[in-house]
Write a protein that binds this ligand. Structure first.
Ligand SMILES: Cc1ncc(COP(=O)(O)O)c(C=O)c1O
Length: 473
């Protein structure tokens, strides 16, 4: 056998290796399937990875939402659930954690992020008002539209270019925002909807400088600024890494400073906050809080549980404290980056720079022979599953949906397939398996045929749409 000089992954990439700041106490068996089994499962799922049974999936990179592993401390917290209908002590723990780490004054718990989006949209948007934001998110935009709002994308142009290396591709273009305010008048703007590490742009962060400038612009016009804080801890990591003056500041301090420039936030706690279910809304203004607290009773549950069990709130309070530990966030983003480094090195087109929670394969470049209406990103997700049982998610034309006025598909510039890494779940070896499978379907790309949609639900169609393979031309 020829002698090879073994190198650790860190050495191969010219840096010191990192390791997870935890060890594994409990394991969950993974089921491996045959190609034939996967062909059958995908056909039954209408080529939509959302419709696969999880038992038919080997490595599940569909989403980082609610799929993370809780710590021993969080599981211990689950046993401390105070399941009183009203005034559960776990709510007060959660309230203290949010006030302490995010800095907002008033807290409303919700069952998950979209519960919070629903409440804030109903209370803060009047019919016909504009809601400018840094690219859309599916559920966020839908709730804004259902409340009568008109979403306007004011993200910087670079965000729509998967190859642009701007370190803060999540930033809002203040010029675009100011033009909208001048054209429509400040009274026609419901609020500015700012998301940390913009999901649909590839997990791209917003800089501290941008949020400060936004604050000043909003103050000038008397407009509120609300934050989608779902992945704001990850955003804080990029500020620490890339923005002058923050290298020596702890993640917790950066998070609090950033939130301090906003008037409130909504949260899908299933991401950064390291729980399997949960969400919250937090605002500084008392009157708004009273309205939200009243509405939560209608849609979610009493204002001290908002659709959650006491044990869920306890796990969330503990998860919040764990999520802002520098070692945790460094290893979380380090794992995503590791997969990105491998794919980049092999010439596979992905969104650059690599973002916080996922690798986004650039499906337009991957399958450059397919038209966007042939669903290249959906096709890529299907092929990856067929190759190895890895489940990913389409973030392209299917996710973008249709223009409510014209009925036409939106044709987003970004046609992406997302490999989303759950927190604290998979190892570096799993990332190697994923990288090799992506390479295998990339090498076979020329012979790949696209899809056509054969069933389209009215709302958030990507969740339940069905497709079939186009026949050979
Ligand atoms: C940026 C962002 N906002 C809001 C949500 C909605 O949260 P949930 O899935 O908990 O309803 C998500 C979920 O994926 C998200 O990524």
């Amino acid at each position: 056998m020829t002698h090879i000089n073994p190198q650790t992954m860190g050495q191969q990439f010219g840096r010191r290796s990192w390791a997870e700041p935890w060890k594994i106490k409990m394991v969950e068996r993974l089921r491996m399937t045959t190609r034939e089994e996967r062909e059958r499962a995908l056909g039954e799922a209408g080529f939509n990875t959302f419709l696969l049974k999880s038992d038919d999936v080997y490595i599940d990179l569909l989403t980082d939402s609610g799929t993370g592993a809780m710590s021993d401390q969080q599981w211990a917290g689950m046993m401390l659930g105070d399941e009183a209908y009203a005034g559960s002590r776990n709510f007060y723990h959660l309230e203290t954690a949010i006030q302490g780490y995010y800095g907002y004054k008033h807290i409303v718990p919700t069952h998950q992020g979209r519960g919070a989006e629903h409440l804030i949209s109903q209370v803060a948007i009047k019919k016909g008002q504009y809601v400018p934001g840094n690219m859309y998110f599916t559920t966020t935009r839908l709730h804004q539209e259902l409340a009568g709002g008109i979403f306007v994308d004011v993200i910087i142009d670079e965000a729509h270019d998967p190859e642009n290396l701007n370190p803060f591709k999540g930033n809002i273009d203040l010029g675009k925002l100011e033009t909208l305010i001048r054209r429509e008048g400040a009274g026609k703007i419901a609020y500015v909807s700012l998301a940390g590490t913009v999901n649909m742009a590839g997990g791209q962060p917003v800089s501290m400088a941008n949020v400060k400038d936004l604050r000043a612009l909003c103050d000038k016009h008397g407009i509120k600024l609300y934050l989608d804080a779902t992945r704001m801890v990850e955003n804080a990591f990029f500020i620490q890494e890339r923005e002058a003056g923050y290298a020596n500041q702890p993640i917790a301090a950066i998070l609090k400073e950033f939130c301090g420039h906003t008037d409130g936030a909504w949260m899908s706690a299933k991401k950064d906050n390291l729980v399997n279910i949960g969400g919250w809304l937090a605002v500084n203004e008392r009157v708004l809080f009273e309205e939200l607290r009243n509405l939560v009773v209608v849609y979610e549950g009493l204002h001290t549980y908002g659709g959650l069990a006491g044990r869920d709130m306890e796990a969330m309070a503990i998860g919040i404290a764990e999520s802002v530990e520098d070692a945790h966030i460094r290893s979380r983003i380090g794992q995503v980056r590791y997969l990105g480094e491998l794919l980049t090195d092999w010439g596979i087109p992905i969104v650059q720079p690599v973002g916080g929670h996922a690798i986004f394969l650039n499906a337009k470049a991957f399958y450059s022979h397919l038209k966007q209406i042939e669903f290249p990103a959906q096709t890529l997700a299907a092929e990856l599953y067929l190759d190895s049982g890895i489940r990913s998610m389409e973030r392209g034309i299917a996710s973008a949906g249709r223009d409510a006025k014209t009925g036409d598909h939106y044709y987003p510039k970004l046609e992406l397939t997302r490999l989303t890494i759950p927190r604290r779940v998979y190892t570096q070896a799993h990332m190697d398996v994923v990288a090799e499978s992506v390479k295998a379907i990339f090498d076979a790309r020329a012979a790949t045929r696209g899809l056509k949609m054969i069933y389209e639900p009215k709302y958030l169609r990507f969740f339940q749409a069905r497709f079939e393979r186009l026949s050979a031309k």
